[in-house]
Design a protein around this ligand. Structure first.
Ligand code: ADP
Ligand code: TRP
Length: 321
């Protein structure tokens, strides 16, 4: 099985990204042929700052490796280093019905949050479809918010296969239901674009500030509370050991849960959980030459796969004459 997913280099990696996508991807190294990449062309839909895009690209690569991705056991590269993807995007866009893109909720959400309504932002799912189809991926591990985009990729693949003959593997979204959407500090989906994240690589003081700012209700300590609707509990449960989680769950249900105390406990849990990754991240930061070399080799391998698919596509559609 071929498993593929990408992440935008558009800000600090947060625990939603980790549980929704990076963690599952890293565990997937054992399950099949893994393709992991940094989607810098997608990030251009929101980042128009040369220095930031360049440094966040290396930063996102360091995040992936620090958390345990082993470049020897997967293909790991930066999207724009394989230019074949943009040609496939064009070919696919000529088959993509406008209505399919108009139905994508992520575009509307992002414009609603103030992102510029550019053509690139609107057609972003076609580039994502090209990412997936170029490598003939079977499974695409993503958070719930990206499920619709994987379905769009599948629809485009079906349309292409029906029009030009069997060419593309049909991809499936891989979603871990227990952590499909990690809530942010304000209870909405945790997202870089909503400013409600708990980033993974922060210093302890800054981490504490973010955790203490998690919004909770004003129910008195003694009153029973519903753990399922409390975003603090939803984040806490991702890190707490099972026996302690059961105790805190009981405090919610029977009364006695103190939000301040749970937040302080969460700071310690987070700090410990990412201790090893933090040390590795710091080491990678000191060694950008190593990172660039890993990405160069990854792009070479990815490109070898991409040219095979693109060659077939060119022949199928009549670009070869
Ligand atoms: P963001 O919304 O913060 O900009 P991205 O769009 O870069 O995040 O998402 C990268 C990956 O992380 C995607 O697979 C996405 O589905 C997943 N992801 C992002 N936020 C969350 C979340 N709050 N819960 C679960 N998965 C998430
Ligand atoms: N659109 C995805 C996001 O914002 C990132 C992405 C781009 C992606 N291409 C992909 C994810 C291909 C999976 C497969 O999170």
């Amino acid at each position: 099985m071929r498993i593929l997913s990408g992440i935008q280099p558009s800000g600090q990696l947060h625990i939603g990204n980790y549980f929704g996508m990076m963690g599952p991807m890293i565990r997937n190294m054992a399950r099949g042929e893994l393709y992991a990449f940094i989607v810098n062309l997608h990030a251009m839909t929101s980042v128009h700052d040369r220095a930031r895009l360049a440094s966040d690209t290396l930063g996102a690569a360091a995040d992936f490796l620090a958390l345990g991705l082993d470049p020897e056991r997967c293909i790991f590269w930066v999207q724009a280093d394989v230019p074949e993807v943009t040609e496939l995007t064009w070919v696919l866009s000529t088959l993509t019905p406008m209505g399919l893109l108009e139905r994508c909720t992520s575009y509307k959400d992002k414009v609603g949050k103030g992102l510029a309504a550019s053509h690139g932002l609107f057609s972003y799912p076609v580039l994502m479809a090209a990412d997936i189809l170029l490598y003939q991926a079977n499974l695409v591990p993503v958070g719930k918010d990206q499920k619709q985009h994987v379905e769009v990729a599948r629809d485009i693949a079906i349309k292409f296969n029906n029009t030009f003959g069997e060419t593309f593997v049909l991809p499936e979204p891989g979603i871990e239901t227990s952590v499909a959407t990690v809530p942010g500090a304000d209870g909405q989906k945790m997202s870089k674009s909503y400013g409600n994240t708990i980033p993974i690589f922060l210093d302890e003081k800054e981490l504490k500030k973010r955790v203490m700012a998690i919004v909770t209700d004003a129910t008195p300590v003694e009153a029973p509370k519903n753990p399922d609707t409390c975003n603090l509990f939803q984040i806490y449960k991702l890190f707490a050991p099972a026996d302690r989680l059961a105790e805190v769950n009981a405090l919610y249900v029977n009364g006695g849960a103190m939000y301040g105390k749970i937040k302080l406990e969460l700071v310690d849990l987070l700090w410990d959980y990412f201790r090893e990754a933090r040390a590795k991240r710091a080491e990678l930061d000191r060694n950008p030459g190593y990172l660039r070399e890993v990405l160069r080799q990854g792009a070479e391998k990815a490109r070898a796969k991409a040219t095979v698919t693109l060659d077939l596509v060119r022949e199928r559609v009549g670009l070869k004459y």
